[in-house]
Design a protein around this ligand. Structure first.
Ligand code: PEP
Length: 251
């Protein structure tokens, strides 16, 4: 039985003060929700402040990206140890915005993935097809390639505690959501690819979140699908009531 996980990706939003306020509201509103792991992923500048709010609660903390090197001349980057020292347990890797705007590839996602698990962080690895790829009917190939690329040379012990987020690029921030059936179809493909890599038993333990315009109104239908184990939430995570509504739909 996989435990649901709902994570909020705040992207490049919220000052430190606003982030603390939002985190406090989320902590209050999800208190009492059991059976769901809740994670907040603010910007780097707000991680420590948000950690002060969430530590000692059931809400976890994650970074939005991470470099694979421990230190060095990588202007603008952040290392695994730096995330850990701010209180992070999770890190989002390979988000489509990183792939589209910052040149992330399957190979660099894999480097980040291996560094994250080596440091003891839980990666949330994002995969998903563009609209053009869906229309060209190559969704399955794209997603299988992204999954096998991300997990390359990752030991089964590390893979088993990692998280995959299926985020169709055409559904991110567009208001377009994959139907529960469309999402489930791809989630089953992802689990099948994980089975090929690690066997059915381990693949059955890996949680696969759906992301792409999830709202309180569509979350329950998505989360009722057998291979959907929660959500990675962008826009709706910026409002505590909406985010808590989505968490409650998983609980
Ligand atoms: C995301 O960016 O991970 C995301 C799913 O965004 P939104 O919920 O706004 O579509």
């Amino acid at each position: 039985m996989r435990r649901f996980i709902v994570a909020g990706n705040w992207k490049m939003n919220k000052t430190v003060e606003d982030a603390k306020t939002l985190a406090r509201e989320v902590v209050d509103q999800v208190a009492g929700v059991e059976n769901v792991d809740v994670v907040l992923c603010p910007t780097y500048t707000s991680l420590s402040a948000v950690n002060e709010v969430v530590k000692g609660t059931s809400v976890g903390l994650g970074g939005q990206n991470m470099h694979w090197e421990a230190e060095g001349a990588y202007t603008g980057e952040i290392s695994p140890a730096m995330l850990l020292t701010t209180g992070c347990q999770y890190v989002i890797l390979g988000h489509s915005e990183r792939r589209t705007y910052f040149g992330e590839t399957d190979a660099t996602v894999n480097q980040r993935f291996r560094a994250a698990v080596a440091a003891g962080l839980t990666p949330i690895v994002c995969v998903g097809e563009t609209l053009e790829e869906r229309q060209s009917e190559v969704t399955e190939q794209v997603v299988r390639r992204q999954v096998s690329g991300a997990f390359e040379s990752v030991e089964s012990g590390d893979a088993g505690v990692s998280i995959v987020a299926y985020e169709p690029v055409w559904a991110i921030g567009t208001g377009l959501t994959a139907t529960p059936e469309q999402a489930e179809e791809v989630h089953a493909i992802i689990r099948d690819e994980l089975s090929k890599l690690y066997g059915e038993g381990l693949a059955g333990k890996i949680r696969i979140q759906y992301g792409g315009s999830v709202k309180p109104g569509n979350a329950a239908d998505l989360f009722s699908q057998p291979n959907i184990d929660g959500g990675l939430i962008g826009g709706a995570a910026l409002d505590a009531e909406s985010f808590a509504g989505i968490v409650k739909a998983a609980g």
